[in-house]
Design a protein around this ligand. Structure first.
Ligand code: COS
Length: 383
């Protein structure tokens, strides 16, 4: 485990999370994948161990951890179970719009119960017809007295239907493009809120992915985040700060696959010697380890940049997410190859790791969108 980057008082925290992940999360991973059921026990574990509290400021009941510590925590959990690591990543994703744009009253109201893990959070940006093109959303909100009336739906929402606190993006001034989008905090028991289809997925099977439907959904005006028309910026600023977390999930999965490939190659005997004695296998392991290490450095670098308060984090964050998720796909694929026939069987976790890795190239912006973000930043840096 690399903990040299982290500041001293957080080192113990990351080491403790490593032990929890190894002792208590790892034994549940295969079963969570097999049943596809939401792991309430893992949610309780993260709550009890104050892991949900990491992204929340101390004054609102959180731990106030650095972004570096948060990505390391996600990495440690993902090394053993990607679904469990997503619980922490989405708690941050769904609540960061409140941290960035919310009022003190909103933070006072929502953060303590999100930090304790009593409530889960979700991030409602994507729609059936609006994935990479976030601005193409059609969900809209109209102010009527002391309420906004929300109509539309959101698709592929992690924690959808389970989260009490949903940050939802909607047009309040159609025709004004991204400047007409606003952000709201929508609680799941507000009138007019319902849950549509629950998706059956390739990986991260225990995580619930659902459609959120708003039918004349009544949202109190005090649940508007920031000012009307600032929602799109809030969404983009959020993603700039959470993409390294998805990179960390990919990194953890890749590290888990590498650990497995190394240990298997030392035990598996063919032609009277462990397969690790073959240069063909050694070179594969060396390439896998190098990709994992490069991904780690990019993610820690992006997290440290966020912690420094630098506003220009979009490029580093997109690069880290893109590189780490592509690396995770390569490394898990190679791990299956090292395990041969066993790698293809459910008896070993390699195939699960590959299925789990795939989503990291897609969510929080496809890797094609990351390239777009990187290129735009690159081209605007030079006069
Ligand atoms: N931080 C702050 N503001 C930002 C920003 C950022 N990272 N990116 C864009 N903005 C602002 C722009 O400055 C612009 O503001 P002005 O109107 O004041 O000029 C506004 O937002 C619109 O920006 P832009 O024209 O670049 O928007 P586009 O419609 O071209 O979309 C991308 C930009 C493609 C980057 C955006 O749609 C995106 O990130 N898509 C992927 C969404 C995603 O990750 N979905 C996954 C959902 S979560 S699982």
């Amino acid at each position: 485990m690399v903990v040299s980057h982290v500041i001293d008082d957080e080192r113990t925290l990351i080491e403790a999370i490593h032990e929890i992940a190894k002792e208590r999360v790892a034994p549940r991973a295969a079963e969570i994948d097999r049943t596809g059921e939401f792991p309430w026990d893992m949610k309780e574990l993260l709550a009890q161990q104050d892991i949900f509290a990491l992204p929340f400021p101390v004054e609102y009941g959180g731990v106030g951890a650095s972004e570096l510590a948060i990505v390391m925590a996600i990495e440690e959990l993902a090394r053993y179970c990607a679904t469990t690591s997503l619980l922490l990543a989405v708690q941050q994703l769904g609540s960061l719009p409140i941290l960035l744009a919310g009022s003190d009253e909103q933070k006072q109201h929502y953060f303590p119960r999100l930090a304790s893990g009593e409530w889960l959070a979700a991030f409602g940006l994507t729609e059936a017809g609006s994935g990479s093109d976030s601005a193409a959303m059609t969900t809209h909100a109209v102010r009527k007295g002391d309420k906004y009336i929300l109509n539309g739906s959101k698709r592929f929402i992690t924690n959808g239907g389970l989260a009490q606190v949903n940050t939802v993006f909607a047009h309040t001034a159609p025709g004004q493009g991204t400047r007409g989008i606003s952000a709201f905090i929508v609680e799941k028991d507000f009138p007019g809120f319902s849950v549509g289809r629950i998706e059956d997925k390739m990986g991260i099977k225990g995580s619930q992915t659902a459609e959120l439907i708003f039918t004349d959904c009544e949202v109190p005006v005090e649940n508007l985040l920031g000012r009307e028309g600032t929602g799109f910026k809030t969404a983009m600023m959020t993603l700039d700060r959470t993409r390294p977390g998805i990179g960390a999930q990919a990194l953890g999965i890749a590290q888990g696959a590498l650990d497995l490939a190394v240990s298997y190659s030392k035990q598996r005997v063919q032609f009277n010697q462990p397969i690790s004695a073959n240069q063909g296998i050694q070179f594969m392991l060396a390439d896998m380890a190098t990709k994992v290490e490069a991904a780690r450095l990019m993610i820690y670098n992006a997290a440290e940049l966020i912690d420094s308060g630098d506003k220009n984090i979009g490029k580093a964050s997109a690069m880290a997410k893109m590189f780490a998720s592509d690396a995770a796909m390569d490394v898990t694929n190679d791990a299956i190859q090292v395990l041969g026939g066993y790698g293809y069987m459910k008896e070993y976790p390699a195939e699960r790791m590959m299925r789990d890795a795939k989503i990291t190239q897609i969510y929080e912006g496809t890797n094609q969108i990351q390239r777009l973000v990187i290129a735009r930043a690159l081209l605007s840096e030079q006069e």
